[in-house]
Ligand binder design. Structure first.
Ligand SMILES: [Ca+2]
Length: 361
């Protein structure tokens, strides 16, 4: 019997056989027993989606266990797959023309030595998330049995907002109402990688973290004017275009996409919060002088670096874009610039660091 036929039979049975005054809780059809028929009726009432047909009859004791497993299965069916934007293959200018100091900054337009030299990079075609990964997206991952990637401080509703109920083996993760579109924070680099791997398996699409070069090209390269901007929208700082310390009175993350005027508008789509809101993990190890290790060295001229993926070893990982706690136009801190590079350690967690996905071979 096909799933479709079974569902039709089930719908008819549930319409005919349910009763309103069962003597036994969960005995939906008043048969005097809790059996597989009750399970199917319950499942139909609980959710209208397709539910895999089970031919094996269940005992009464299995009912709640099975329903809970179905709840998890349905709630983690990757309904909230991050939206991505295609970045066509091509070259772009990465880094900063000006060589500043590495502790402190040069005068405007600022730079740090770690952003030097500016160099040409070729990247193959890839996709990058239009938004930072949100709480509702991350909660699906947690509800698919990924308990090790939740931390109690994620329930903090000023910075995050995912609570946990239940008991070990049957936890349920819920995004606090109204927090669905906030960016996930308090995640380690390892958690971000695990999320991408889970999404890859769920969707059979090659999700992963972006490389540092992929992140920067998406954030600042204008392929039509062949220009690398300081900010996603251009070269002039504007407090109305990003969530950074200077621009906000609240100093907390905001829902992704809260600053459409500061988004990066590309021929294939729009990227939000590439400056500010939360820092975003790249896949690369961090090395301050990595740009000098390209094929053009210290003075690369027109030499093109092909698909750089970061140092082959290291301890820290790259983060990009600055956050609600950073500045974007200050001699003390201007990490909201698209060329700015920073680092954190892969087992650390912060209120200021989240991530967005990329997709590509
Ligand atoms: Ca960001």
């Amino acid at each position: 019997m096909s799933i479709g036929t079974n569902r039709l039979v089930l719908l008819m049975l549930s319409a005919v056989l349910t009763c309103s005054a069962a003597a036994i809780p969960l005995d939906w059809n008043c048969s005097g027993l809790i059996d597989s028929r009750d399970l199917f009726i319950y499942a139909q009432r609980w959710h209208s989606q397709d539910i895999p047909w089970q031919e094996t009859p269940y005992g009464a004791g299995d009912l709640l266990t099975v329903v809970q497993s179905w709840q998890k299965q349905i709630s983690s069916s990757a309904e909230h797959i991050p939206q991505t934007v295609e970045i066509p293959a091509g070259t772009f200018l990465m880094g900063n023309l000006r060589k500043g100091t590495d502790r402190g900054y040069s005068t405007y337009p600022w730079s740090r030595s770690r952003e030097f030299p500016m160099h040409w990079v070729h990247l193959d075609r890839y996709f990058i998330g239009a938004y930072e990964v949100t709480l509702e997206e991350y909660a699906e991952f947690l509800n698919d049995g990924n308990d090790a990637h939740w931390y109690s401080d994620m329930a903090h509703n000023a910075y995050c907002g995912i609570s946990r109920t239940g008991v070990p083996g049957s936890y349920f993760y819920q995004v606090l109402t109204g927090r669905e579109k906030y960016p996930i924070v308090y995640v380690r680099w390892y958690d971000a990688v695990a999320y991408c791997n889970w999404l890859r398996e769920k969707t059979q699409q090659p999700f992963r973290l972006p490389t540092e070069a992929e992140w920067e090209k998406a954030a600042r390269w204008d392929p039509i004017n062949e220009t690398a901007y300081i900010y996603p929208w251009g070269d002039t700082y504007d407090s109305g275009k990003m969530n950074c310390w200077q621009a906000s009175l609240t100093h907390v993350p905001k829902p992704v996409g809260s600053y459409p005027s500061g988004a990066r508008y590309l021929p294939m789509g729009v990227l939000y919060d590439m400056a500010g809101n939360v820092w975003e993990y790249a896949s690369d190890f961090f090395q301050a002088d990595y740009y000098k290790q390209g094929p053009g060295g210290d003075d690369p001229g027109s030499v093109v670096w092909d698909n750089p993926k970061g140092p082959s070893a290291g301890s820290a990982r790259v983060i990009r874009g600055g956050s609600w706690a950073n500045m974007a136009y200050s001699s003390n801190d201007n990490d909201g610039r698209c060329a700015a590079r920073h680092l954190t350690y892969p087992s650390h967690r912060h209120t200021t660091v989240g991530f967005r996905v990329a997709k590509g071979p």
